[in-house]
Design a protein around this ligand. Sequence first.
Ligand code: AMP
Ligand code: MG
Length: 345
Amino acid sequence: MRKKLLVSLTCFTVFLLLITGCGEKPEKEQAEHSTGLFAMGTYITLTAYGEDAGTALNFAKKRITELESKWSVTNENSEIYQINHSQGNSVEVSQVTADLLQFTLNIAEQTDGALDPTIYPLVEEWGFISGNYQIPSDEKLQELLQNTGYEKVSISKNRITVPEGFELDLGAVGKGYTGEILTDLLKDQGITSALLDIGGNIQLVGRKPDGNKWRLGIQDPFGEGTLGVLEAEDCAVVTSGGYERYFTGKDGKNYWHILNPDDGKSADSGLVSVTIIAKEGRLCDALSTAFFVMGPEKSEKYWREHGGFDMLLVTEDNEIIVTDGIADSFVLNDGRNETLRVLEQ
Ligand code: AMP
Ligand code: MG
């Protein structure tokens, strides 16, 4: 399975591709406006429809830059950087950062620490921040794991305290929350139709301007191209996969960027990709990362206990598991050899 992942050429792939409608000319009031920027370590494309969409997208871009400047792990002025260099002192942060961190800690607790925003020292050691990849020794991993554990993060109003040596990383949730924030911003600006692609984290506003649902290609985690097509509207669709960012070690194995907080190594749960579909982008982003660590059985259990979202899981042995809420909206491409299993509530 890991060998098949080598087929993927880029280290960081946009894994949800918009399948465009053909031939339809938008009417004047539905004029398409599109803009792109590099931020949050990825390429972002924002597309919105309507006469005022250009102005609305400019507001959206500004908001992305603001959020990035709060959450960046490398920008010395960011709130996260301040926390990561606080030497055990508390740091006052903005409401939006406190909200995101509180949400992340809640999901960390609900997933028994599969999602853990204190994982940053490990992410850094593996080289996923600098690009200088290396395989740390087991001793090094154990040493760094001493400085992790979401339970030790405290939030009191907007004051965040982490023990000395702890460092936070909102990389698993920030892009999803950004999509959610931008959706509210665009709706406030009167936009009723938009597609936001934040490095493959998709947030949809309403339907396509022609009134049809959006059609999204779900990236094939085993190679290039897509697995199938998902129809969706007014929601977020977020995928986590090992193929997005990985390196091949000197031992010939692939090591990817989603780590199991129990041992500090690339998560090896039997899943090769996880797509979550829900209204809230932050929930989709948090759960897609957590489920990639948890594997199919625990993910199904979480879904049955909590609900409120749909999911599409791809296992390393070619099974696609979808929840009943999207079973009729997902169509597997012709000629695929995966088996499709539907989970009924
Ligand atoms: P995503 O692409 O949303 O699945 O997030 C992956 C990113 O989150 C990685 O690049 C790391 O920065 C960070 N990360 C890796 N493993 C975890 C984890 N178990 N919990 C929280 N964040 C993680
Ligand atoms: Mg995520």
